[in-house]
Design a protein around this ligand. Structure first.
Ligand code: ADP
Ligand code: MG
Ligand code: MG
Length: 904
């Protein structure tokens, strides 16, 4: 969706004055005790959840602190990195309150209060500033901490951690240089683990860090605690505009003007010794969703050690042995947190001298399998209603359950990562062309099609390959869209790969990593690419998933159909729960190798007689196709679209004919020369400057009515044949594409009715007639068009192209990435419906159409029919159904239910 220019952080200069004057009176700092989970936008996810947890569990379990708002961050950015007026005072006041409560002063030389400084945006976001722990330590307070705890080693361990983190995170000193010092001191002392370093070694390490700091920044390490705090807070703000964060926001469509909050929290210490430690836990198993808590724990450690992997962690169950009471207490808290939030949680905790503290909780990120399991269990346990349980599922992710995946326990080296464009894993030998993929498939070999990018010509290769790997393009690239439509795993935009089609090899930094025929394995769910033979596991629509889908079907009001052109696709979609076919593209049936020549003869025909003769040959073939599909969908409605694409798509390549002609001339083969000259003439005559806006859709039907007549006849005969065989009449909807004028549809409905009558079938009884709504004019004139239509089906892909004036293939290759980069757009309008633009036309079309015919059936058959956000829009727009590719059907069922639940 387009950005809101007026609120863009780097935009409008006029906003600065407003922020600067209001800031002095605005509350920019909130004590944890003042916040709640509803205040997420202002306090960030972490701040809001810590505040909520403080309310729920009490101050004994959650270390005290305060949150600096996201608004303060936005003001800081707008004023070009000057903190808003009043912030400094408000921080000092909040700190004073914290000091009073703790009974200690920040960095006090005898008994210091120490704090952590943590960033936290509205949504948890990698790329933001890492946390700084133990802030407030300096040369004096480290001694005080050692004395008061009687544990100088702990004090110095805390100080060296602080100097290390401050230098790295706040002042940008490269982490490796600091790690090198640790390695040097360890080697010097002959120890392997950081826990084995004694006080004297830690004192030396701290001194080494500080020397590096001075060298890197040209300043001594700041000793004044309040100054340390100011620098750390500003560094969190700065990190919001850092490259990594900006990049992440772009990919995940998070607006820049959210800003990040900063949390300042009293430290608790997991690095005190044997009865201390740090860990993370999930209220349920994080991979499977099984109702047993899971997690990792590390003794004598501060939080960052658990994730950084400096030492191997222990399982949460081990805690039951080491500190049984703490373990029991933790499990009880996990239950409380989950019950309160009514969603699966992931938490951080620290144990200080046997006492448990909770530092964070949030809705657990979970794979589809766990999401489904949680939803089912939560209903079973009485925690959630089915509607609420469905709302906890990310519908988009469900796709992954329908494809093979990497064995979650597999261990492998990642060659490179790209965009996770179409879920599922695939393995096979590298091929570089669609033709090679087709040949390999015919031999029964598994291959992965590897190309810099793909085009329409490569589509046959998608069918034949197990998966697709490209080095260019993102989630909206041709490769991604086609792969998702077909349910083929795809990793695209793996930009480290130099794919050399000429030498048939792939390089990274000039070094060959893959040659034709080498094994490659891709994970379209994560974007990973590897050359190792990773174990894959087959998908299963498990009982839990079936249950979720049953609930979805009870709750949704939108019908779910599928786009299918073959009986196989139709059958697959039906197994996934499709309630009919929303779009059967009849022209696809002519793509088969044995039919293209017949189609060509028909198109190249000079006279009507010739054309009718070749159409007569095609008609039985088409009838057989229709019978196949009608039988696969027995009992359900099928929308058959008459031929849409421009004729030239079936013509031979001009250059190729030229070459053949030259060759025939050299050979002196006169008959061939005459035939080829004739072909060339027709190719020239049919060439169009802009075929997408040329002779296609119903225009073709008006120019060459015999083509549509043949198709309608084939449909009618297929219907009669199936009815005779099975005794059940099929429900057929005959759809006219690309209508802009009422008059076009009027001519076409007459044609259809006329052929129907000749075949003994009647409109209304045996079939209905309707149209695609895919041109802006059709939306604006939908009331008139509806006088001739029994149904509308929105072709949102073409409507997007014609409404915006974007040619999809051209835009996605060259323009879209730049547009997203420059924030003109934050998502491809071909991936999710452009609601303010195209969506308005869609609604206008639906509204005007129903004004004429209250019972007008309205659906959508563009790629948007499988996109959860777009589905929500179609639901609220009063559509009867959406139609999507077979693999998207379960996703659409859940998304439609979520739309119904959230709008009821
Ligand atoms: P992230 O968002 O990367 O998880 P966090 O701010 O949550 O960053 O913190 C990083 C680690 O530091 C976590 O393990 C967290 O529990 C720990 N931590 C943060 N604040 C404190 C604190 N006040 N006392 C002890 N540990 C803390
Ligand atoms: Mg955290
Ligand atoms: Mg179309």
């Amino acid at each position: 969706m387009p950005r809101r220019a007026a609120t863009s952080p780097c935009g409008a200069v006029g906003n600065i004055a407003r922020v600067a004057t209001t800031a002095s009176t605005t509350k920019l700092v909130y004590d944890f005790a003042e916040g709640s989970r509803e205040m997420r936008d202002l306090l960030g996810g972490k701040g809001a959840n810590v505040a909520e947890m403080t309310r729920l569990l009490g101050a004994d379990l959650v270390p005290a602190g305060f949150t600096i708002t996201t608004e303060a961050c936005v003001a800081y950015m707008r004023a070009d990195r000057i903190p808003p007026a009043g912030l400094d005072d408000q921080v000092s006041a909040a700190l004073a309150a914290l000091e009073t409560r703790a009974g200690k002063r920040l960095g006090d030389a005898d008994d210091p209060l120490l704090v952590s400084v943590r960033s936290g945006a509205r949504e948890s976001m990698p790329g933001m500033m890492d946390t700084v722990l133990n802030l407030g330590l300096n040369d004096a307070s480290v001694e005080g901490l050692g004395r008061i705890t009687g544990n100088p080693r702990f004090a110095w361990d805390s100080y060296r951690r602080f100097v290390q983190m401050f230098a790295n995170v706040v002042r940008g000193l490269p982490g490796e240089r600091l790690e090198d010092e640790i390695a040097a001191v360890k080697a010097d002392r002959g120890v392997a683990l950081d826990t084995e370093l004694d006080t004297e070694a830690l004192v030396e390490l701290t001194a080494r860090f500080r020397a590096l700091f001075a060298e890197h920044t040209g300043e001594p390490f700041p000793q004044e605690p309040r100054e340390q705090l100011t620098q750390a807070i500003n560094a969190v703000f700065d990190s919001w505009m850092g490259d990594r964060a900006v990049h992440y926001r772009r990919i995940n469509r998070i607006p820049d003007d959210w800003g990040t909050a900063v949390n300042v929290q009293q430290m608790v210490f997991g690095n005190k010794g044997e009865t201390s430690g740090s860990g993370v836990a999930f209220t349920r198993a994080e991979i499977t969703g099984a109702p047993e808590p899971s997690g990792d724990f590390l003794g004598t450690a501060q939080g960052e050690d658990v994730v950084s992997g400096v030492r191997n962690t222990q399982d949460i169950d081990d805690l039951a042995r080491i500190m049984p009471e703490v373990h029991a207490h933790l499990l009880e808290i996990l239950r409380t947190l989950e019950g309160h939030s009514r969603d699966m949680q992931d938490v951080e905790f620290t144990i200080e001298d046997g006492r448990l503290f909770m530092l964070q909780t949030r809705a657990a990120k979970r794979p589809a399998q766990a999401a489904v399991r949680f939803a089912v269990d939560a209903v079973g346990e009485g925690l959630l209603t089915p509607g609420e349980a469905l709302a906890t599922i990310d519908a988009e992710k469900l796709d992954a359950l329908l494809h093979p995946t990497f064995d979650p326990t597999a261990d492998y080296t990642v060659l490179t990562k790209g965009v996770n464009a179409s879920p599922g894993a695939a393995k096979g030998a590298v091929v570089f062309t669609a033709a090679d993929a087709v040949a390999a498939d015919a031999d029964g070999r598994d291959v992965v099609l590897v190309r810099p990018f793909t085009e329409a010509d490569d589509v046959a290769g998608f069918h034949a390959a197990r998966g697709i790997l490209t080095s260019e393009g993102g989630k909206a690239s041709h490769a991604a869209l086609v792969a998702r439509g077909m349910g083929r795993p795809c990793v695209c935009g793996a930009s480290d790969l130099e794919i050399d089609l000429r030498d048939r090899e792939v390089r990274i930094d000039g070094e060959v990593v893959l040659r034709e025929g080498d094994l490659v394995v891709i994970d379209g769910t994560s974007g990973a690419v590897t050359t190792e033979d990773v174990q894959l596991v087959e998908p299963q629509m498990g009982e839990d998933f079936e249950q979720v889908l049953r609930w979805a079907d009870e709750l949704r009001t939108l019908g779910i159909r599928t786009n299918a052109d073959t009986p196989e696709d139709a059958a697959k979609a039906r197994a996934f729960g499709a309630e009919g076919i929303g779009l059967c593209r009849t022209e696809h049936m002519f793509m088969a190798a044995d039919r293209v020549p017949k189609m060509r003869t028909m198109i190249l025909a000079d006279t009507l007689e010739e054309r009718v003769a070749s159409l007569a040959e095609l008609q039985p073939l088409q009838q057989a196709d229709f019978e196949g599909i009608v039988e696969a969908m027995a009992g359900l409605t099928i929308t058959l679209r008459l031929r849409d694409p421009p004729l030239h798509e079936f013509l031979p390549d001009r250059e190729q004919v030229h070459a053949q002609l030259d060759e025939a001339r050299t050979r002196g083969d006169d008959t061939a020369v005459v035939a080829l000259e004739r072909t060339l003439d027709r190719v020239h005559a049919l060439a169009e400057t802009n075929p997408m806006l040329g002779t296609r859709g119903c225009r073709l039907g008006l120019l060459y009515p015999e083509i549509y007549e043949m198709q309608v006849r084939a449909i009618c005969r297929a219907a009669s044949a199936v009815r005779e065989r099975s005794g059940a009449p099929p429900h057929l909807e005959i759809m006219i594409p690309l209508v802009a004028y009422e008059g076009e549809l009027e001519v076409m409905e007459q044609l259809v009715e006329h052929v129907g009558e000749e075949e003994g079938l009647a409109r209304g009884r045996d079939f209905t007639v309707g149209t695609m709504i895919e041109l802006p004019r059709a939306c604006l004139q939908a009331d008139r068009i509806a006088m001739h239509a029994d149904f509308f089906s929105c072709g949102t892909s073409d409507l997007t192209q014609t409404a915006i004036g974007f040619s999809r293939d051209d835009i996605e290759g060259k323009i879209l990435a730049k547009y997203i980069d420059r924030k003109v757009l934050d998502r491809s309008p071909f991936e999710t419906l452009d609601v303010p633009g195209v969506g308005q036309l869609v609604r206008m079309g639906a509204w005007l159409g129903r004004k004429t015919r209250g019972d007008l059936k309205i659906g959508v058959c563009g790629a948007h029919g499988g996109d959860p956000d777009s589905i929500a829009f179609f639901h609220t727009s009063g559509f009867d159904y959406v139609s999507c590719s077979p693999y998207r059907v379960p996703v659409a069922r859940v998304a439609a239910a979520q739309a119904a639940v959230s709008s009821s």
